[in-house]
Design a protein around this ligand. Structure first.
Ligand code: AMP
Length: 527
């Protein structure tokens, strides 16, 4: 008979071991798995809710503020839940930590004092181990599982004490862990889940000896996971020896963006966006190139078109409520290359075919990562190169973080000191717009407003429309909103290399001189 087959308690969460219509224990149906299996069949790409996670783990993920799984999470979590060994090529910033923590929580389920440690996570550095501990506490909050860290540099007595408290999870750097194992004659017989995090760095830092020693102490029945940005030969050999029939997961080969597309991001306040837009169109983008500018509302379309006219930059525009004939005429102007720019909203842009587009400017950043990919998919086609410039106001920064998770890329924050290599290769860089550049464009913009009531009224309309737009915009993930407040990187980053004009270089020098002066305190005179 197929279906209602009973499985042992320990198999409940091992999807691979349990029958599809499995019962968790006599009379108690494991509905979460049923739903997960049904959903998996129906949906190709789902959220965390279709992974069949237990309530306490799911709560932890929601509490942490993850809205949708990142691509690497979507790909690896179901396979790890099936208890397969996995080699995953993933970088920091791709959401890799949750990839191994979520299945770990599902497997260990709850604190078991008697069993001793059942999961081991090896990290190359203290910092990474401590960050993993934080994630373990955050996401695993409702499981009651206990974690301990064993790190070089900390007091060894404290670590002995931590082990005596029977943690379920040990997060360790390899050198100190081997030391503790030897000193305490630690048996690792109950470890059933092992993670080598940033495995390439573990080897680069010279831990290969310790890693082999740890491997030798672990039971053969364990599940082993290896996360690494690169896969050098040494690591392949290590995986071959220590992992059983591993599934290799690569994300780098399936980039969502064209290889010929360069993307770049500018941090700029909403009221200064126009200045940066004009600078890009005048000084960076060549007059012959064709550019589509995406905005949030039709009012922005009209306003930007007015301004571009005043600036002598040839443009046309389209939005969905524009009458059909006008739309056709306007689009034709752009298609026949009579004008350099076309200002659009997303809805209006759908279905317009522009085969040879050079640039996209996201004047307003899209709230959905898929929309970004869709917008920029219009450039760098058919072997041509292209650039996507995005202007990021502070309220749009969480969406930029979400986009990078979606693309499995980390943001390249412009360094504070201008670097030659960044000036040459600004692909994927996120940097600030210098105030001098904004001021120089603003003088002219202000004048247009003072001399035209229409322009001024239109601007006010865009401000009101933006407020409405923000209300209807889907929110970014809570974790990205939180990161916006916590991460200092954004505040510390330097000017965008593309916007570094001679005057802005002088501005930078002046700023650092002022900073230096602030630090010089007047000497107190002894009386
Ligand atoms: P990691 O690559 O694991 O270091 O994660 C990079 C950052 O992305 C961390 O701040 C995570 O909390 C965050 N993150 C990971 N997964 C998600 C997700 N699904 N949604 C939002 N943020 C996430």
């Amino acid at each position: 008979m197929q279906g209602a087959i009973m499985v042992k308690e320990k198999d409940i969460w091992g999807v691979a071991d349990a029958p599809v219509d499995g019962y968790a224990s006599e009379g108690e149906m494991d509905t979460s798995k049923l739903v997960a299996n049904q959903n998996r069949k129906k949906k190709k790409s789902g959220g965390f809710q279709v992974m069949g996670l237990s309530h306490n783990v799911y709560r932890g993920i929601m509490k942490k503020g993850y809205k949708v799984p990142t691509p690497i999470q979507r790909k690896t979590i179901p396979v790890i839940l099936e208890r397969r060994d996995v080699v995953a090529m993933a970088r920091t910033g791709s959401g890799k930590t949750a990839c191994f923590l979520i299945p770990l929580f599902e497997r260990l389920k709850m604190h078991m004092a008697k069993a001793g440690a059942r999961a081991l996570i090896l990290s190359p550095t203290r910092e990474l181990a401590l960050q993993t501990l934080k994630f373990t506490r955050d996401i695993g909050k409702f499981t009651g599982l206990r974690a301990a860290v064993i790190l070089g540099g900390d007091s060894i007595e404290g670590q002995f004490a931590a082990i005596h408290e029977n943690p379920d999870i040990i997060i360790a750097t390899p050198g100190r862990f081997v030391h503790v194992c030897v000193e305490m004659e630690l048996k690792l017989t109950n470890i059933e889940y092992v993670v080598f995090d940033e495995a390439d760095r573990l080897f680069e830092m010279g831990f290969s000896e310790q890693l082999r020693e740890i491997m030798a102490r672990l039971p053969d029945s364990r599940q082993t996971l290896l996360f690494s940005a690169t896969l050098p030969k040494m690591l392949v050999e290590f995986a071959r020896a220590g992992l059983v029939d591993p599934v290799l997961m690569r994300l780098d080969v399936e980039s969502k963006l064209s290889e010929n597309l360069r993307t770049t991001f500018f941090k700029v306040n909403m009221e200064d966006k126009l200045a940066v837009l004009l600078y890009l169109l005048r000084c960076i983008i060549k007059p012959k190139e064709q550019t589509v500018i995406f905005t949030a509302t039709k009012h922005h379309v009209e306003y930007l078109h007015m301004i571009l006219e005043k600036a002598g930059i040839s443009s046309t525009y389209t939005y969905s409520s524009l009458d059909a004939t006008a739309r056709k005429i306007n689009v034709a102007k752009f298609q026949s290359k009579k004008v350099q720019c076309m200002v659009v909203t997303d809805v209006a842009a759908r279905g317009i075919d522009i085969p040879l587009l050079d640039n996209v400017i996201n004047y307003n950043f899209p709230a959905k990562s898929k929309l970004f990919v869709h917008r920029v998919g219009r450039v760098a086609r058919a072997g041509r190169c292209g650039v996507a410039y995005s202007l990021i106001a502070p309220d749009e920064y969480p969406y930029l973080l979400d986009l990078h998770l979606f693309l499995s890329k980390s943001i390249r924050y412009a360094s504070q000191e201008p670097k030659e290599e960044e000036e040459e290769d600004w692909n994927h860089i996120y940097g600030r717009a210098p105030q001098t550049l904004i001021d120089s464009e603003m003088d002219q913009i202000r004048q247009w407003h003072e001399t035209s009531v229409d322009v001024d009224t239109m601007k006010q309309t865009t401000i009101n429309a933006y407020k409405q737009y923000v209300k209807s915009r889907p929110p970014a993930s809570n974790e990205s909103i939180r990161r916006m407040k916590d991460e200092p990187l954004e505040q510390l980053m330097g000017f965008h290399p593309l916007l570094l004009t001679e005057t802005s270089k002088q501005e930078k020098e002046r700023n650092s001189m002022l900073e230096a002066l602030k630090k010089v305190r007047p000497k107190t005179v002894n009386q």
